[in-house]
Structures are given as structure tokens and as C-alpha cells.
Design a protein around this ligand. Structure first.
Ligand SMILES: [Zn+2]
Length: 107
């Protein structure tokens, strides 16, 4: 198995179980916090690498991912603003210039 296949295999089959997680009546792994299933069966009894299930995001995992994605977007945004400032304002002191800091003397 190549590294790539290995990574896919891990993604497709491995669901990290937290200590509070438990196996539900349907045999799937459930989240101990939000009580949502962290696994789902493949449709029509299909299997993948010998497994009949794949990981699924529970509510807390989804929230965690969305928070991560949001902070990543904000980081990207800040980075872009900094990049544009570097291009637009050549003197480092100019980058601190904001409308809030304007004293209004020069309309
Ligand atoms: Zn959860």
C-alpha cells in the first residue's frame, strides 16, 4: 500500500474514539458528548478496504471543524490585508495609519 492509499485508508476507516464515546445499539461508534453517531454504514452493504462503515462527523466535530475553518479564513484575510498594505504603503509607519487615528486637521 502506498503512503497515499494508507492516508485514504486511515481517513476512510479510522474514527478517533474519545474516552467518553460508546458503541450504540446499532454497533456504530457514538459521541459521548453530543450523542451523535461518529460512524455510518456504507449504502447497500458496500464495503471499503474490508470495512462496512466510514467515519462521520458528530455535532462537536463539525463545530470544531467550522471554528477551525473560520479562524483559518480570518487568518487568510489578515494575511491578504497585510500583503496589500505592504504593496500599498511602502513606509512601515504608514501601515499604522487609520481613519480612527486621524486628527481631523486636514479635511
Ligand atoms: Zn460529538
Amino acid at each position: 500500500m502506498s503512503d497515499y492509499d494508507n492516508a485514504i485508508f486511515r481517513l476512510a476507516t479510522a474514527q478517533k474514539a474519545e474516552p467518553e464515546d460508546y458503541i450504540g445499539e446499532d454497533g456504530l461508534l457514538y459521541c459521548g458528548s453530543c450523542r451523535q453517531p461518529k460512524e455510518a454504514c456504507f449504502p447497500e452493504g458496500k464495503t471499503f478496504f474490508g470495512r462496512d462503515r466510514h467515519p462521520k462527523e458528530c455535532d462537536c466535530q463539525r463545530k470544531r471543524r467550522e471554528t477551525l475553518e473560520a479562524s483559518h479564513r480570518e487568518y487568510k484575510h489578515r494575511e491578504e490585508v497585510e500583503r496589500l498594505k505592504r504593496i500599498g504603503f511602502t513606509d512601515p509607519a504608514m501601515r499604522e495609519w487609520t481613519f480612527e487615528n486621524d486628527n481631523g486637521k486636514c479635511p
